[in-house]
Write a protein that binds this ligand. Structure first.
Ligand SMILES: Cc1cc2nc3c(=O)[nH]c(=O)nc-3n(C[C@H](O)[C@H](O)[C@H](O)COP(=O)(O)O)c2cc1C
Length: 257
């Protein structure tokens, strides 16, 4: 089945879809939009068509009517909230509601991906979280001894039983073939989680363990060729921050002739 269908009866031949198609897969013929090979199914034609002439039959389009522009979110509030975001490492022993998890995953699903590959996967550790954390702690305690020779952080690190997941109720490993798509998805997910009152820790140490040890990788059952790009540790914060820590000056370079 074609994943993009243009209803010639509805098409008004405005050419908006042709102009907006990143893949040059649309053209006008006899006043109607036509599709040729090369479509990446990004849905811009579906989104832009004033006549509703484009359908994407292979996709679930629930909720696809009604656009909320980002301008609906006050930019001052958004920027202040971005600055106020903190990595959370102390969590309440309260589960994350399934509806909230669904929203967080939805934010990842709608993040941009290069060439619209949508090749990011989300692995919720769920019932195996404790077992996987135990394996990582074991590995890390051994590795940290050697690593301590080179790293002050590792020398100082206290590797307790909840070193990786901090007692949080939810852990999502975001994976991909490369890093960019999965990282962007993670950032969207983090902000959504924050807006739901949840805190997030990116456990880079966990991704390091997954990269180092094939036994941990195999426990994750990631899609073929995927690597764990981020490990998002999520839960209700048991910590409150009262001010925004300062940052280093912006490294800005404006090119001139
Ligand atoms: C890719 C990445 C990996 C990270 N890994 C860890 C980690 O393993 N453990 C940890 O406590 N914090 C980790 N962090 C959190 C950083 O330490 C934190 O973002 C930084 O200190 C700034 O603090 P803030 O996020 O509260 O602004 C990680 C952050 C990123 C972006």
């Amino acid at each position: 089945m074609e994943n993009i269908i243009i209803d010639a009866l509805k098409c008004v031949g405005c050419g908006k879809c042709v102009k907006d198609c990143v893949a040059f897969a649309l053209y006008l013929k006899d006043g109607k939009a036509k599709l040729r090979e090369g479509c990446i199914e990004c849905g811009h034609c579906y989104a832009i068509c004033p006549a509703g002439a484009v359908d994407m039959p292979g996709y679930d389009k629930t909720g696809s009517v009604g656009v909320t522009p980002m301008t609906a979110v006050d930019s001052e509030t958004l920027l202040q909230a971005i600055k106020s975001r903190r990595t959370v490492r102390q969590f309440l022993d309260v589960p994350v509601e399934p509806e909230k998890l669904e929203k967080i995953l939805e934010a990842g699903r709608y993040a941009p991906t290069g060439a619209n590959s949508q090749n990011v996967a989300y692995t919720v550790l769920a019932d195996r979280q404790a077992e996987i954390e135990r394996s990582c702690v074991k590995l890390f305690r051994t590795g940290a001894k050697a690593g301590a020779l080179f790293s002050r952080t590792l020398r100082n690190a206290e590797i307790g039983d909840s070193f990786f997941f901090k007692g949080a109720p939810l852990v999502i490993v975001v994976s991909g073939h490369g890093s960019v798509n999965a990282s962007l998805a993670s950032a969207y997910m983090e902000l959504t989680a924050n807006s739901l009152g949840l805190g997030v820790l990116y456990s880079g140490f966990f991704c390091g363990c997954a990269a180092l040890d094939p036994r941990i990788r195999s426990k994750l059952r990631l899609p073929k060729g995927h690597k764990a790009v981020t490990c998002m540790v999520i839960g209700y914060p048991d910590v409150e921050y009262r001010r925004i820590p300062p940052r280093k000056p912006l490294k800005l370079n404006v090119l001139s002739k």
